[in-house]
Design a protein around this ligand. Structure first.
Ligand code: ADP
Length: 204
């Protein structure tokens, strides 16, 4: 029997909340005794996609590489969380068509909110012209037309966003016995053992 792996693909602007949601989601999946792997865009670009730039072609290549690895893992039963801007719709749709059990999550925050957050100082640098081809500024972001889940991170808590994703995974029988009223934060703290977050991966 085919193991019930899945790919949870989070797409959205820089600073929309993809990494934050992934880090809160992963421990809940681990608590379900699932094998979980996180492919975070920033980490991928320092190894698997090192050397790629930000043209449309390079961004699409990056997405295809991530999708290739996610597919390999998920077909062996791993629950893969992908957190990458992946701005172009057509290559995302290709990944959706290729990967069995693909959950597209649109991490939706307005550009102005992401710019105000400016978690990594990238928006300020882009405004100063120090970064070219910046998504949402001088490079496009094509939102999903029919995502499986949309997280409105400008008006939802991280817990609410995570709960939406868990609900969707429960509907697909990827997770069992998920109780939406359980506090993800508490569970996340309780079950975080062994999981290396992207932020930890970045410094390792
Ligand atoms: P991305 O991975 O999409 O580039 P990050 O997760 O690194 O974004 O940054 C998102 C920022 O927004 C973090 O500082 C996070 O604390 C903040 N934030 C505020 N509200 C939310 C929310 N509801 N969901 C996710 N992140 C949020």
């Amino acid at each position: 029997m085919r193991p019930n792996g899945a790919v949870i693909w989070l797409t959205g602007l820089s600073g929309a909340g993809k990494t934050t949601i992934s880090e809160a989601l992963a421990p809940l999946l681990l608590a379900q005794q699932l094998n979980v792997e996180l492919l975070d865009g920033d980490v991928i670009r320092t190894n698997l996609s090192k050397g790629l730039g930000y043209t449309k072609e390079d961004r699409d290549t990056n997405v295809r590489r991530v999708g290739f690895v996610a597919n390999l893992l998920s077909r062996n039963g791993v629950i893969v969380i992908v957190a990458t801007i992946s701005p172009y719709r057509s290559v995302r749709d290709d990944m959706k068509a290729m990967i069995h059990n693909f959950l597209e999550v649109y991490v939706n925050a307005p550009f102005t909110v992401c710019e105000t957050r400016d978690v990594k100082g990238l928006y300020a640098a882009a405004r100063l012209g120090k970064i070219k081809e910046f998504t949402g500024l001088d490079a496009p972001y094509e939102p999903p037309l029919n995502p499986d889940v949309t997280c409105f991170t400008d008006r939802e808590t991280v817990e609410e966003s995570v709960a939406k994703i868990m609900d969707a995974l429960a509907r697909r029988n990827v997770v069992q016995g998920w109780k939406p009223d359980a506090s993800p934060r508490q569970s996340a703290r309780k079950h975080s053992g062994g999981f290396l977050s992207p932020r930890q991966q970045k410094v390792s």
